[in-house]
Ligand binder design. Structure first.
Ligand code: UT7
Length: 336
């Protein structure tokens, strides 16, 4: 149970940004041996956004961050920490968070990247909540941003049809009263690390002519194994975060799940016994944007006024690592 005299942290603003270019399933049919029917029925995806060759993850992250700051009514100078969750940083170093810090003029902010694959934004929210509660930082920008198109192998139909580009952001600060983040639950299982990887470009396999020839600079995934893990973990992670504060699945008013596959979302929806209209889905438009998926979904749900004051909102995700996590919060209306 949370201590009643402790500070409560909450989301006071959200933002998102998607590149303009749309790549439909029909476009993919012309690139790789696939078809719209397979992609739609197996994943629920119809189209995804693709960043152009001059756009990096920090560019999308910057725009999402600016939208979130505006929504929160905060100036960049008021931000004292920037956390960027991504598996597609602009480069290995410096961190994408430092580049965003410069772009938005958050001159008083510390900055660091988080790598927890698709669960990165949820990890970021949980970390931000702790920092605000301890008083170490006051106003934290958490960003989930990806340009997965840059690491997709468009000759590999098992992966390239699933992923898209985008960015979402949230500002976390101290909130009053009965609102804000009530609970978080994070987990990892490195035994499944090999199931979803970008093999080359790190210290294990530095980029070389050979690694490029073997296409090791692109995403590799054992889709079936990740699928089995996801089916098990999505509902479980949500239940664990609720359990920590004496709540159960019946208390959920709105669920914002990671957007990897509609069948995974439907399975979690059934397990948690929520009606589908209380579950946010946008993967038909954007595909799987890894760390950006929950962040963009949260911003869209906020701007569409789907999150009502006092509602119990649950964010839940899973991803490479393997990682998983869930956040439970009482929603406080914010500007739109
Ligand atoms: O954010 C976390 C990251 N990843 C995930 O969450 C992914 C989790 N996994 C999944 O969503 C699903 O496993 C996939 C959507 C990746 C695949 O769906 P599936 O129902 O598990 O299909 P499958 O891998 O068992 O493949 C079935 C068939 C295979 O053909 P054969 O061997 O039965 O002849 C594949 O070669 O579908 C074939 N296939 C395709 N066909 C057309 C695989 N990809 C495609 C494609 N278009 N794009």
């Amino acid at each position: 149970m949370r201590m009643s005299n402790s500070k409560r942290a909450g989301i006071i603003g959200t933002g998102s940004f998607l590149p303009e270019k749309v790549l439909t399933n029909f476009d993919l049919e012309k690139i790789v041996d696939t078809n719209d029917e397979w992609i739609r029925t197996r994943s629920g995806i119809e189209e995804r956004r693709i960043a152009d060759e001059n756009t990096a993850t920090s560019d999308l992250a910057t725009k999402a961050a600016q939208a979130a700051l505006e929504n929160a009514g905060k100036a960049p100078e008021e931000i004292d920490l920037i956390l960027v969750a991504t598996v597609t940083p602009d480069m290995s170093f410096p961190s994408t968070a430092c580049i965003v810090q410069k772009n938005i003029g958050a001159v008083h902010a510390a900055a660091v990247d988080i790598e927890a694959a698709c669960t990165g934004f949820i990890y970021g929210i949980a970390m931000a909540e702790s920092f605000v509660k301890t008083g170490l930082f006051k106003n934290i920008l958490v960003i989930g941003a990806e340009t997965l198109s840059k690491i997709c192998d468009y000759t590999d139909r098992n992966t390239c049809v699933l992923f898209g580009d985008g960015a979402g952001a949230a500002v976390i600060s101290e909130v009053d009263g009965d609102f804000g983040i009530l609970s978080s639950y994070l987990g990892a299982d490195g035994m499944g690390a090999h199931l979803l990887t970008l093999p080359a470009g790190g210290s294990r396999i530095p980029v070389s002519g050979k690694s490029i020839e073997e296409r090791l600079h692109y995403i590799k995934m054992d889709g079936t194994e990740v699928y089995k893990f996801a089916i098990k973990i999505m509902g479980e992670a949500a239940e664990k975060a609720l359990e920590k504060i004496g709540m159960t699945k019946v208390d959920i008013d709105f669920l914002i799940p990671h957007q990897a596959n509609i069948r995974i979302i439907e399975s979690a929806t059934r397990r948690l016994k929520i009606s589908p209209e209380k579950v946010y889905v946008n993967l038909n438009k954007y595909g799987n944007m890894s760390a950006a998926s929950v962040a963009v979904a949260l911003d869209e749900a906020n701007r569409k006024n789907l999150l009502k004051e006092g509602d119990t909102i649950v964010l839940v995700g899973f991803g490479g690592g393997l990682t998983w996590g869930s956040i439970v919060m009482k929603w406080k209306n914010i500007g739109r």
